[in-house]
Design a protein around this ligand. Structure first.
Ligand SMILES: C[S@@+](CC[C@H](N)C(=O)[O-])C[C@H]1O[C@@H](n2cnc3c(N)ncnc32)[C@H](O)[C@@H]1O
Length: 204
């Protein structure tokens, strides 16, 4: 797949708009507590968290209920509407590629969302995420485990493994790994699907 294949990027956005209700129902109840624990232990209580590519709003709501000050965004207008209803809070309709926050957040949660950004655009997007963090802030991100780019059932994926992540971070000064690990999918019946999880810290 060519990084400049815009058609598949648009198909991915279309996918979430066309399938928003089904995607919401499939993901809103998934128990993410083991992943929350690893992220939240690196943050002080009640600090500012950005849920980046929030989908249903499941995690934004969970963090808000724990007392954090949560901002959320997603590129899909249909999912933004569902996430607003679910969280009871405004959700921004925004793409990673258009983020301009500067030193706003103590933590950024990008769960299974950066994986749709074309590989060619990931260094710039990671730089924007770094800029949105306060110095010392923490970014959680997860990708399907692997390498290269592919289209699967109407969505584009950029897969990452440890060497791929290291290559990406080499292009983003000031964002360093705290911890990287793999997990199975937390959705029942999909445990064999592997994910690369990483926690990164903005150094300066
Ligand atoms: C697999 S879902 C994950 C949603 C949610 N974070 C979760 O864990 O359930 C991917 C999400 O990323 C969003 N997304 C895809 N490309 C995006 C982009 N360029 N900027 C922002 N969000 C994007 C999609 O609309 C979708 O909600």
């Amino acid at each position: 797949m060519h990084d400049t294949d815009f058609a598949v990027t648009y198909r991915t956005q279309d996918y979430y708009n066309q399938n928003a209700d089904v995607f919401f129902d499939d993901t809103v109840e998934v128990d993410m507590k083991p992943l929350y624990a690893r992220f939240l232990k690196l943050l002080a209580d009640h600090v500012a968290i950005l849920d980046a590519g929030c989908g249903s709003g499941r995690d934004a709501l969970a963090f808000a209920k724990l007392g954090y000050s949560v901002t959320a965004f997603d590129a899909s207008p249909a999912l933004v509407a569902l996430a607003e209803r679910h969280t009871g809070q405004p959700v921004h309709c925004l793409r990673f590629q258009d983020m301009t926050w500067q030193q706003q957040f103590d933590g950024i949660w990008a769960c299974a969302s950066l994986l749709h950004v074309p590989g060619e655009e990931l260094p710039d997007v990671m730089g924007r995420l770094r800029a949105a963090l306060k110095p010392g802030g923490i970014l959680y991100a997860s990708f399907k485990y692997g390498s290269g780019e592919r289209e699967h059932q109407g969505r584009r994926f950029t897969d990452l493994d440890e060497p791929g992540l290291a290559g990406l971070l080499a292009q983003v000064p000031g964002l360093v790994p705290v911890e990287t690990w793999t997990t199975g999918d937390l959705r029942p019946g999909r445990e064999s699907e592997r994910w690369l999880n990483t926690l990164l810290r903005r150094t300066a």
